[in-house]
Ligand binder design. Structure first.
Ligand SMILES: [Zn+2]
Ligand SMILES: [Zn+2]
Length: 312
């Protein structure tokens, strides 16, 4: 036996002994890795209905923010204390959340669910409450398999605008990111009948883009996991969370500006969130990920504007 093959044998033997005496699977390693990035206290892992655990209220606040728990559900009880009971309402909210993100619909705060909840995301809700307090998504059956949704009442830019929209960067928007946002407008232009013109800050604009911090006066304060948010047609405020790290190029640990802008402009045009992971309108975004528009996004926009029938 030559030296090479004996050292290979030794190596294989070593591997086998590691596997025997350290029975830690890649699955476990994955769990350890994932749980170290939780937005929520670690001890919530595995909690389920009828548990009462300190910190559960933070999960309730999170699920309420994104439309999975109703707005009239009280997270603070009558004596001003946090309601940490994992009740029926929370269980059904967790199941709804798991369904949206195609996770096991157990109603239990498992690793996958807490991991998904810890992902950075857009803070536009995934589900909207209608007037009857029923949660709903406005969606359509026009395209088979489509996952796109619209805002309640299918709000969109009125026809008198003739798909001509103006946008501006306001309040010291970082110079370095303007080109990426303009590139995102260009991509939507190429796949629709919209025309976008940049105007200066003091001129009236349909979409106004800025960097904001924390509680910034629109009743939607930024929280740790939020990357940005945008108000729909007619409002058009598009806010980046200035406390996140963004980059023009794909950079480790930073969020790609053009990708995020493509998503937010989808909201500015009237699209809500899609459950399709490939769609730009999927609510969460990982760092150093670049995405383009998906057919799901384009189909959604064309349906909302009735095929741009009246475009000149
Ligand atoms: Zn969004
Ligand atoms: Zn805002």
């Amino acid at each position: 036996m030559d030296f090479k093959s004996s050292s290979l044998q030794l190596f294989l033997l070593l591997l086998a002994s590691i596997a025997l005496f350290h029975p830690i699977s890649t699955h476990d390693l994955d769990h350890i890795h994932k749980s170290s990035h939780f937005l929520f206290p670690q001890h919530l892992l595995g909690s389920r209905k009828d548990h009462n655990i300190e910190g559960i209220h933070s999960v309730k606040t999170y699920l309420q923010r994104y439309g999975y728990l109703r707005k009239n559900y009280n997270i603070i009880d009558t004596n001003g204390a946090h309601n940490n009971t994992f009740d029926y309402h929370l269980e059904s909210a967790v199941k709804k959340y798991q369904k949206f993100f195609k996770l096991n619909e157990s109603g239990i705060l498992d690793v996958e669910t807490l991991h998904q909840m810890s992902e950075s995301r857009c803070s536009v809700p995934d589900i909207f409450e209608n007037d009857d307090n029923e949660t709903s998504v406005t969606t359509s059956k026009l395209h088979i398999g489509s996952k796109y949704t619209f805002f309640p009442g299918r709000i969109k830019w009125p026809s008198w605008k003739k798909y001509q929209l103006k946008y501006s960067f306001i309040r010291n928007f970082p110079e370095e990111f303007k080109e990426s946002v303009s590139a995102a407008f260009m991509i939507w232009y190429e796949r629709s009948r919209f025309n976008f013109t940049e105007v200066v800050e003091n001129e009236e604009a349909d979409i106004r883009i800025s960097f904001e911090v924390g509680n910034h006066g629109d009743w939607h304060p930024f929280t740790k996991e939020v990357l940005a948010h945008t108000f729909g047609p007619g409002d058009g405020r598009f806010h980046f969370n200035a406390e996140q790290s963004f980059s023009v190029e794909v950079t480790y640990g930073k969020y790609h500006v053009r990708t995020l802008a493509l998503h937010e402009l989808g909201h500015a045009l009237g699209l809500a969130h899609s459950t399709n992971e490939d769609a730009i309108m999927f609510p969460s975004l990982s760092p150093n990920v670049v995405k383009d528009l998906d057919m799901d996004d384009v189909n959604g926009l064309w349906e909302l504007y009735d095929g741009f029938d009246d475009a000149e």
